[in-house]
Design a binder for this molecule. Sequence first.
Ligand SMILES: [Zn+2]
Length: 159
Amino acid sequence: MFNYALAQNKGHEEDFKAALKQTVPHLFGDHQSCGQWCGYHQGQQSYKHKGLPYGRPLTGDSLREDMDAIFRVFIANSDKIAPGGSTKDVESFNNMVATKAPKRMYLSSSDSLLNRVACAVAQKNDGHSYINTLNNSLCMSPGRLMAERAELKRRRSAK
Ligand SMILES: [Zn+2]
């Protein structure tokens, strides 16, 4: 949904922001603010959500809160995202999220989803050294080997 919103509204910040604001309500079956892109308005009751189990909308208050929290970050940064960074960047971030919250584990109803996505964001922004930063702030061992490995990964990805 996120990638679709970006692809359809690349370079149009306000439209992109509007699409992001529609995304979570849409996924939870509230189509009042959806645009023409939403299949519900063509098929009404018979509309099935593509990519969701049994085509049903998402449910659950805590999942909704987590999704709203995640999308608030994207909405607040829509001016930076709308110009459309390279697809490579988006893909690499998608891969980071996918390694931390694999679809096969079906974490949609899990409390850990927000933390997992937050880890992917930290890794994207700060590199693998985020793990040591986190450990330090929790007064845990800084991990010399992890620091070396994070530096190695940073140098590799800078090439
Ligand atoms: Zn909709």
